[in-house]
Design a protein around this ligand. Structure first.
Ligand code: PLP
Length: 394
C-alpha cells in the first residue's frame, strides 16, 4: 500500500483524539460537566432561508435534474449567481467561467494547490495555520514552509517572508479570518503582501500566486473589514466555503474563484478543472449548488459567536491569561503559562476543559479554544478556567 496514505489514515489528528476523549469522559461524568472546546463545528443553526430554499427545490424541481451530475465546474446558473454576488459586493472583476464549484474549502485548497504546483515547489504559509495545509500541500507534490507571525499581533512578519521567498516558491497560502488565532489581516498587511509578491515575482521572473482560504470571511465582529484579495493582488485564487458562513460543514459545498485578471488565468482555470478531475471530485453536490445560488449574501447569526467571544476573552483576561483579540472566526489562541502546551492541556483536562495544543498549528506555547459552543457551556466552564489559572499562580 501507499505508505504516505497509510500514515495519514492511521494517525488520528490531535483534535480528533481530544474530541473522542471528551465523548468518553461525558459518559463517565455527564455531558454537562465536560467543557469540550476542541472542534470547529458551527453551533448556530443554518439560516431559515436555507431550509426553505431546499424544501422548495425538492418540491418544484425535476428530481433527475436536481440530483443529477452538473458540469464538472458546477452548474452555470449557480456560478453566475456567485459571480454576480462577488462583483457587486466586492467591486472586483468576476466571471462565472472562472468559478469552480467544490466540496468545501478543503477540496478548494487541495485542488488549487494541485493546479499550481509541480513536484518540489514550495508553498509559504503563516503560523499559526490550519493543520491540514501540510497534507494538502504535500498531496500537490510541494513542500509547505511555515513562517512565524508577529507574536504581538499575529499579522505577517515581512522580514521573514522576504527571506523565505526563493525561486522554488510557487504560492503563498493565507487564511483570514484565521483558524486558530481569530486574527483578520488588516489592509496594511494585505498591501505590503501584494507589493512583496509583485516585486519577488519580477525578481525571479515567475508568477508567485496567492491562495486565500476564506471559510470565515463573513464571521467577523465589530464591523471589522476583510479586504477582498483580488482587488489588491491580481494573481489570486480565492478558496471559499459555505461550511461556516451558512453552518453547513457536513454538506460539502464551496468554490474556487480564479481571478480572470491573473497571469495565464484561462490556463490556470483549466488546471483547476484538471486537478478536480484528477482528485476524483466529478462535481460538487448538485442540490446544495442550487440552494447556494438562491442564498447569496445570507449568513448564519454571527452575533451568537460574538457574544461567546466577548464572554470568554473578558473572563480569561480577568483570570490572567493572555491572548490576541480575535476579530473573526470562532477561535481564541491563548498563550500558555508554561512553554509546553501539551502539558498545559493535560492540566486543563483535570478540570474537564478540553483544549487543543497550538503545536499542530505550527505554534508552540499556545492553545486553541473553539468557542463555537453554547454560551451556557462557556459560562459553566469559567470556574474551571479560574482554577486552572490559580494553579499557575496567575
Ligand atoms: N480552512 C480552514 C482555515 C478551516 O478552519 C477549515 C475547517 O475548519 C477548512 C479550511 C475546511 O473547511 P471545509 O469544511 O469547507 O472543507
Amino acid at each position: 500500500m501507499n505508505q504516505r496514505m497509510y500514515g495519514l489514515g492511521s494517525k488520528r489528528s490531535v483534535i480528533r483524539e481530544i474530541f473522542e476523549f471528551g465523548k468518553k469522559r461525558a459518559q463517565e461524568v455527564g455531558a454537562e460537566s465536560v467543557y469540550d472546546f476542541s472542534l470547529g463545528n458551527p453551533s448556530v443553526n443554518p439560516p431559515k432561508q436555507v431550509e426553505e430554499v431546499l424544501e422548495e427545490l425538492l418540491r418544484t424541481e425535476n428530481p433527475t435534474a436536481l440530483h443529477g451530475y452538473t458540469s464538472a465546474q458546477g452548474d452555470f446558473t449557480v456560478r453566475k449567481a456567485i459571480s454576480d454576488y462577488i462583483s457587486k459586493t466586492h467591486g472586483v472583476a468576476c466571471d462565472p467561467d472562472y468559478i469552480y464549484m467544490t466540496c468545501g474549502a478543503a477540496a478548494s485548497l487541495v485542488i488549487s494547490l494541485s493546479a499550481l504546483c509541480e513536484e518540489g515547489d514550495e508553498v509559504i504559509t503563516f503560523a499559526p495555520y490550519f493543520t491540514e495545509y501540510k497534507v494538502f500541500t504535500e498531496t500537490a507534490g510541494a513542500h509547505l514552509v511555515a513562517l512565524d507571525s508577529d507574536p504581538e499581533t499575529f499579522q505577517i512578519d515581512f522580514s521573514l517572508l522576504n527571506k523565505a521567498i526563493n525561486p522554488k516558491t510557487r504560492a503563498v497560502l493565507m487564511n483570514s479570518p484565521n483558524n486558530p488565532s481569530g486574527v483578520v489581516y488588516n489592509e496594511e498587511t494585505i498591501r505590503r503582501l501584494a507589493k512583496m509578491l509583485t516585486e519577488k515575482s519580477a525578481e525571479y521572473g515567475k508568477t508567485i500566486y496567492l491562495v486565500t482560504d476564506e471559510p470565515y470571511r463573513e464571521l467577523v465582529y465589530g464591523g471589522v473589514k476583510v479586504p477582498y484579495l483580488t482587488a489588491y493582488y491580481k494573481n489570486t485564487l480565492v478558496c471559499y466555503s459555505y461550511s461556516k458562513s451558512l453552518s453547513l460543514p457536513g454538506e460539502r459545498i464551496g468554490y474556487i474563484f480564479v481571478n480572470p485578471e491573473a497571469e495565464n488565468a484561462k490556463e490556470l482555470y483549466l488546471a483547476v478543472c484538471g486537478a478536480g478531475r484528477a482528485h476524483g471530485y466529478v462535481c460538487a453536490p448538485s442540490l446544495f449548488q442550487k440552494m447556494i445560488a438562491r442564498c447569496q449574501g445570507i449568513t448564519s447569526d454571527v452575533s451568537v459567536y460574538e457574544k461567546n467571544r466577548d464572554l470568554l476573552v473578558g473572563a480569561l483576561r480577568e483570570y490572567g491569561f493572555t491572548c490576541v483579540q480575535p476579530d473573526g472566526a470562532f477561535y481564541l489562541f491563548v498563550k500558555t503559562p508554561e512553554p509546553d502546551a501539551g502539558a498545559f492541556c493535560e492540566k486543563a483536562k483535570k478540570y474537564d476543559l478540553l483544549l487543543v495544543p497550538g503545536d499542530d498549528f505550527g505554534c508552540k506555547g499556545y492553545v486553541r479554544i473553539a468557542y463555537c459552543v453554547s454560551n451556557d457551556m462557556i459560562r459553566r466552564s469559567l470556574p474551571a478556567f479560574k482554577k486552572l489559572a490559580s494553579e499557575y499562580g496567575l
